[in-house]
Design a protein around this ligand. Structure first.
Ligand SMILES: [Zn+2]
Ligand SMILES: [Zn+2]
Length: 119
């Protein structure tokens, strides 16, 4: 593919950095055709390595979770300390609760069962 100096040159002249021929799209470094192509190849790559990628992210997620838990930090935000052997901090817990309540309310509203609302 192209080297770095070409990349910068094309980019600054709004020319597609991949084919170096077409005009690049607005706010993009690729032309329309190359953008479609690169999306297709990314998708192909994803489909070919789907299981691997899933497994890797699962392991990473689990490692992070265990590490934060061991440190007594929130497994959601990774910043605040947890209390009472919880795995998430008060801040994230409240946020989660609020989100769940909102979901619950939306569900009730969707059913138009207003007398069922319990908060
Ligand atoms: Zn192109
Ligand atoms: Zn948190």
């Amino acid at each position: 593919m192209c080297n770095i100096s070409n990349y910068e040159f094309y980019k600054s002249h709004h020319i597609c950095v991949r084919c170096g021929q077409e005009k690049a799209e607005r706010n993009n470094t690729l032309c329309f055709r190359c953008r479609i192509k690169s999306r297709e190849s990314a998708l192909k790559y994803y489909n070919q390595h789907k299981e691997e990628m899933k497994e890797t992210s699962r392991i990473k997620h689990k490692l992070r979770y265990n590490k934060l838990k061991d440190l007594g930090l929130c497994t959601s935000c990774g910043k605040r300390k947890t209390t009472n052997n919880r795995v998430i901090c008060d801040h994230c817990r409240l946020r989660k609760n609020a989100r769940n309540r909102k979901k619950y309310l939306l569900m009730v509203y969707a059913k138009r069962n207003l007398c069922d609302i319990r908060i």
